[in-house]
Design a protein around this ligand. Structure first.
Ligand code: GDD
Ligand code: MN
Length: 398
């Protein structure tokens, strides 16, 4: 059971019927005999992870602020261990405007937002945090800007006149401001707060962009704006970023990496993925690990090269596996027993990768004996092989 003792009781609410409001006359194109009309105006998407104590409060606030609007709210929860999804289900059972998407085996703010928007039924969709840091009283104003056609995207902005991010500590503010500058310079993004997690967008425009968006990471708005390349008519409205009431932030220092990856992908028009780059970087670290281990093992084993090389190879593969598990594939990180199984599969994948590496290098060297060309081609072959096969077999998506 989930608590809701601290909040007001939730009256049962049935779907809107034609006579509940004068404006809801049944549409001429509705199926014969249907008493409903298509009037939903706004879908609010709320990604959640461990927000159990916030969702009921947010629901009540939405209900108060959106009194004159036909709205729905879609919570997208990544199977929170605190049972956030259960609290949302309890709400949904009483009010059909509330829905819960419970995702299992997946993590990620951007992916959650994308799935929520794609599940929305209204022509206008808002994204906001569950933790009450976003000012929901701005929603009607944002909606009016979309409905009037003045904008296709409205951004809740902390960095324009009237907005603020005082709830951030100084280091967090510094990172946020720096990332914003990089995004504006490198990606040509024009808005003041592309890192905002609070915005509203026309669903049709979003659906055009959706296939090009990254489900990894958390910079969904930046991704949308960068992918649209200036084609979205955008207006920013200021809001004051509040402080969290319950729970804690899920954004850790790794977000810097996500950000870097997104900038890179957008700069190279999605040619270079962060995953592959991370994998290659880990591989380069592995080379250093290998050489250091080899040096030590030679000392300890008194110069037996073959044994030392074998030990070094295993140490390097193991460290590559562990690093990839926490960096490259941190959203699909293996835990517990799955680590042992993954490690064994990784050894096998890398061994075959080594054969592919040497094979390619040899055949190139046979045609043109340029050692560095043959060596680099072999290494690239090995890296691509290891990457492709390990993402398929070791860190496969469930
Ligand atoms: N489904 C899902 N999956 N939701 C998530 C995940 C996830 O992996 N990670 C975080 N969330 C949800 C949280 O539950 C919350 O509702 C919202 O996404 C924002 O997460 P916070 O952890 O509260 O982020 P923050 O307050 O530190 O960061 C805010 O400010 C950033 C700007 O600096 C967010 O608004 C960010 O989106 C924003 O970029
Ligand atoms: Mn937050």
């Amino acid at each position: 059971m989930t608590e809701s003792a601290t909040t007001a009781p939730i009256p049962t609410r049935t779907p809107p019927v034609a006579d509940s409001r004068g404006s809801q006359a049944a549409r001429a194109d509705a199926p014969a005999g249907a008493s409903w009309a298509v009037t939903r105006q706004l879908s609010v998407i709320v990604p959640t992870f461990k927000e159990r104590d916030n969702v009921v409060t947010l629901y009540h606030r939405l209900e108060a602020t959106l009194a004159g609007v036909d709205w729905e709210v879609i919570f997208v929860d990544d199977n929170s261990p605190d049972g956030t999804w259960q609290a949302v289900r309890d709400l949904a059972a009483r009010d059909t405007r509330v829905r819960c998407i419970r995702r299992i085996g997946r993590r990620g703010l951007s992916g959650a937002c994308i799935e929520g928007i794609l599940a929305a039924s209204a022509p206008f969709t808002a994204v906001m945090d569950a933790d009450l840091q976003h000012d929901e009283t701005q929603l009607p104003r944002m909606l009016a800007l979309l409905q009037s056609g003045e904008a296709e995207l409205v951004v809740g902005s902390r960095y324009i006149e009237g907005g603020s991010a005082d709830a951030f500590d100084r280091s967090r503010l510094g990172i946020s401001v720096a990332a914003t500058m990089v995004a504006r310079r490198l990606l040509g993004v024009k808005i003041a707060d592309p890192m905002s997690g609070f915005f509203m967008i026309r669903r049709d425009r979003f659906e055009e962009l959706a296939p090009s968006l990254s489900v990894q990471g958390f910079k969904i708005l930046l991704d949308i704006v960068a992918t649209a390349r200036g084609t979205l008519r955008t207006i920013e409205v200021p809001f004051v970023f509040g402080s969290r009431q319950h729970g804690e932030s899920k954004l850790d220092s790794m977000v810097a990496l996500d950000f870097f990856g997104l900038v890179l992908a957008k700069l190279t028009r999605d040619l270079v993925s962060l995953r592959f780059l991370m994998f290659a970087l880990v591989g380069a670290i592995g080379l250093a690990v290998h050489l250091v281990t080899l040096d030590l093992a030679m000392l300890v084993l008194d110069g037996s090269f073959a044994e030392a090389q074998t030990i070094a190879a295993f140490v390097a593969m193991t460290s590559n596996f562990l690093l990839n598990n926490v960096l490259t594939y941190r959203d699909q990180r293996l835990k517990g027993l799955a680590i042992a199984r993954g490690l064994v599969v990784f050894y096998i994948v890398c061994s075959v990768g080594l054969l592919a590496n040497v094979g390619v290098a040899f055949s190139i060297y046979n045609q043109r004996p340029i050692w560095w060309l043959a060596g680099a081609a072999g290494a690239l072959m090995g890296a691509v092989w290891n990457y492709a096969l390990s993402s398929l077999l070791v860190w496969r998506r469930r």
